[in-house]
Design a binder for this molecule. Structure first.
Ligand code: FAD
Ligand code: SIN
Length: 511
């Protein structure tokens, strides 16, 4: 692996790989470094698909309005317009790369193939391969990326710090591999595509890699971070240690929610939209009903075994694997941390506030979502961000062709030589505290307690890069948690996914 490239991409989810293929097609040498195996990304776990206004009678305008309504006044109208008006064109390009989108016949979409999800005024979820869209998407992108002569990929290679030049440009990063070697890679342009931070919580639908490393590292070199208080909790994760996602597409096709008293409680929380109210409302309702009655169940049995097995083959089989039969059981569900709405603040071209550093996908705060996110708008965000950042990266490289050529001496870095100590107990304890004190019904005294705890923990960790990868990981986990808690403390009102204690939860706050 060469220590120098045109474009360094950190993360191999949908955002990272689409960007890699696109930039490699432009002739740049691209290096993709990723924390774990390529299968470990939220993109690989995605189920529903990509929101695209393709159906007859649907339009970008309607999709824009739905997105803005769910964002509750905090989404940026210009950004929403730009992203949604761009998506159809980029889907065409992805189809030309061979991504197996379902339902296209002679360039027309068969409406019955589009999925339905909460708060969409139209069927518009474009599926890939089947009901586990992420797997098919990532398999196809991975095969294309691996065959590309301009792309090199290294799995198990973790970003520890981003690097800045003397004139304050980002010029790459410091990484640690599976043998604990620490080394630097420099580049003319660096793209963070390292995903979100839902795994800072003990209950999470996301893979373990989603611990907010990219956000922590960007913050350390002075990049602006925005809206981290908005963590989207998915209402229906299986209440099982896997927290396997039961896609909103199930509710889109008619699955119902019941509490332990067998009451269909969504009538009390969103009488008009019921199970298909925006996610923040359904998650809050599920959380409250679990506390009030002891459990909540998702029931899709009335749709019939054959329908369920055909329409949701992948989800059905995964549930079976965990001991639940969707066709014959109503299954226990819990809310779980799912998606980071906030992140590294970027412009329309995905530029961060640090020159030479772009952020795309879930790590970025683009302004598309606001206080809550419309279902399946995040793969859309990955796709549009990956393509639309290209022009500014090309121009930047033309103007700064020597950037990153002269790396700093790695020997000059000081290391912490703690041996291999297992930090998993501390990391898990932190995740439980985050769930308990920074999920629903946030209380100021709880957040302040959490902040104290995080600061104390931070004080015990070494300042330097450690030869122990678990320590480096824990440091990023602590910093990302701290940024989240501070953001939650600074927003006083309940809005969207950020619900604070003592303010009556207003079921009519969304109409
Ligand atoms: P990811 O796909 O998470 O990729 C991040 C990459 O960065 C990974 O490869 C990771 O290993 C790497 N990385 C992290 N830290 C480091 C580090 N320190 N060093 C090096 N590499 C690092 N959205 C939709 O629009 N539609 C859906 O149907 C949908 N379903 C979902 C289902 C589930 C279960 C989950 C969890 C999310 C779902 N989402 C969905 C959200 C969506 O999948 C994600 O927001 C999106 O895939 C994020 O893509 P990404 O490329 O930005 O990040
Ligand atoms: C789901 O399929 O329920 C997840 C969709 C999303 O997070 O956008």
């Amino acid at each position: 692996m060469s220590p120098y490239c045109d474009v360094l991409i950190i993360g191999s989810g949908a955002a990272g790989l689409i960007s890699a293929i696109n930039l490699a097609n432009e002739g740049f040498s691209v290096l993709v470094l990723t924390k774990d195996a390529v299968t470990e990304s939220s993109s690989s776990y995605a189920q529903g698909g990509v929101a695209v206004p393709l159906a007859l009678g649907d339009s970008p305008e309607k999709h824009i309005e739905d997105t803005l309504r769910v964002g509750q006044g905090l989404a940026d109208r210009n950004v929403v317009r730009f992203y949604i008006n761009s998506i159809t064109g980029y889907i065409k390009i992805l189809r030309s790369w061979g991504i197996p989108f379902l339902g296209f016949k002679n360039n027309h979409i068969e409406e019955k193939c589009l999925g339905n999800e909460a708060a969409h005024s139209h069927r518009r979820i474009l599926k890939i391969g089947g009901d586990l869209s992420g797997r098919a998407l990532m398999k196809s992108l991975w095969e294309t990326a691996c065959r590309h002569p301009n792309i090199s990929i290294s799995q198990g290679t973790v970003l520890v710090e981003l690097l800045k030049s003397d004139n304050d440009f980002c010029v790459g990063g410091i990484f640690q591999d599976i043998n604990n070697n620490v080394f630097q890679i420099t580049a003319k342009a660096t793209i963070l595509a390292s995903g979100g931070l839902a795994s800072l919580y003990s209950k999470s639908t996301s893979p373990n890699v989603s611990t907010g490393d990219g956000i922590a590292c960007a913050h350390k070199i002075g990049a602006k971070i925005k809206n981290l208080e908005f963590i989207q909790f998915h209402p229906t994760a299986l209440d099982h240690p896997s927290y396997f996602l039961l896609s909103e597409a199930l509710r889109g096709e008619g699955a119902l929610l019941y509490n332990k008293l067998n009451e269909r409680f969504m009538f009390d929380y969103s009488p008009e939209n019921l199970e298909l109210a925006p996610r923040a409302i359904v998650s809050n309702a599920v959380w409250r009903e679990i506390n009030r009655t002891g459990a909540v169940f998702l029931d899709i049995r009335h749709l019939g075994e054959e329908y369920i097995k055909n329409k949701f083959q992948g989800i059905y089989e995964c549930c079976k694997h965990f001991g639940y039969d969707l066709a014959n059981d109503s299954v226990p569900v819990t809310p779980a941390a799912h998606y980071a709405i906030g992140g590294v603040q970027v412009s329309l071209e995905s530029k961060t506030s640090v020159d030479g550093l772009w952020a795309i996908g879930e790590v970025a705060c683009t302004g598309l979502h606001g206080a809550d996110r419309l279902a399946s708008n995040s793969l859309l965000e990955c796709i549009v961000g990956a393509f639309s950042s290209t022009q500014s990266i090309k121009e930047f490289i033309q103007q700064n062709n020597d950037l990153g050529k002269y790396p700093q001496e790695i020997d000059s870095l000081e290391f912490d030589f703690t041996g291999i100590v297992d930090t998993s107990e501390i990391a898990n304890d932190l995740k439980h505290r985050m769930w308990k004190f920074a999920s629903f019904d946030r209380k100021e005294e709880h957040l302040l307690y959490l902040l104290d705890y995080l600061e104390e923990l931070e004080g015990k960790l070494p300042k330097q890069i450690s030869t122990n990868p678990f320590i480096n990981q824990l440091k990023n986990q602590v910093l990302a948690s701290k940024l989240l808690v501070k953001a939650a403390l600074s927003r006083r009102e309940s809005i969207g996914t950020h619900q604070v204690h003592n303010i009556n939860y207003n079921v009519n706050s969304f109409s």
